[in-house]
Design a protein around this ligand. Structure first.
Ligand SMILES: O=C(O)c1cc(C(=O)O)c2c(n1)C(=O)C(=O)c1cc(C(=O)O)[nH]c1-2
Length: 235
């Protein structure tokens, strides 16, 4: 039996997954952040990511039901509220619909899922099912892409403002809100994973779960790349 990694080593291995495999390295994402997507390609990204956004509170509810302590359930519950909203605070899904409107996707079009590609549906459904079926430490570990999201999202706000001036500014509120929600979520997720994954086997399974999640995000962009290839129609 291999010895468990120290917390530092474990953390380093989780972070390394992000350095190697996070979706910011995908060609479609690189082109987005270089300002090279056409309005149609950017709209396709927004519409397909909406399917991911809608499923986040669903997978969080599946994880919530498995967490063994009241204290952790209470903290995890906030994620569902962040996305689904509550009276007087519309939440992240509504903010994403406004992002859609800011790039000229009518609300009904986004909600109809007309623009959602089959492979995006499969990838996101695979993420939800992973969280449904796997033990909670692995489901929580799969959420740790949020360790890498804040840096990327803060860059995205600047990129959208500077390189896509046709996007109406109120559309960016979703990303601004994530800048404080994601680090809080990542801290809790990491605390749970470090607390629960104590054997080498458990630690390795957590790293594999995070790697799987990177594959989900990567597949989403692969599908977009195939359906909306580079070329003639750059902004
Ligand atoms: O825009 C992005 O690059 C990005 C990435 C991720 C991620 O890394 O999974 C999330 C989000 N945004 C996001 O907005 C969000 O609410 C979110 C929740 C989760 C999760 O797995 O629980 N990831 C992400």
């Amino acid at each position: 039996m291999s010895q468990p990694w120290s917390n530092d080593e474990f953390l380093m291995r989780l972070r390394r997954i992000g350095e190697q495999r996070y979706h910011d390295k995908h060609p479609y994402h690189i082109r987005m952040h270089e300002g090279k997507l056409s309005p149609e390609q950017l709209r396709a990204w927004v519409a397909n990511r909406f399917y991911y956004q809608q499923n986040i509170p669903v997978k969080d509810a599946l994880i919530l039901a498995k967490l063994p302590t009241r204290e952790d359930r209470r903290r995890w519950l906030q994620r569902i509220v962040d996305h689904d909203g509550r009276e007087g605070d519309e939440g992240g899904i509504e903010a994403w619909i406004r992002l859609g409107e800011a790039v000229d996707i009518p609300r009904e079009d986004l909600l109809s899922e007309r623009l959602v590609l089959p492979a995006v549906r499969f990838a996101v459904d695979a993420y939800v099912n992973f969280c449904r079926l796997q033990p909670w430490p692995e489901a929580v570990a799969s959420s740790l892409t949020e360790l890498f999201a804040p840096t990327l999202v803060s860059r995205r706000i600047v990129v959208f403002e500077d390189l896509y001036p046709w996007i109406r500014p109120q559309g960016l509120d979703y990303f601004r809100t994530r800048l404080h929600q994601a680090p809080r979520d990542a801290d809790h997720g990491l605390e749970l994973v470090l607390r629960k994954c104590c054997t080498r086997r458990e630690q390795e399974r957590a790293v594999t779960a995070l790697s799987f999640k990177c594959d989900v995000l990567w597949s989403l962009l692969d599908a977009l790349q195939l359906a909306y290839p580079d070329g003639e129609s750059c902004v």
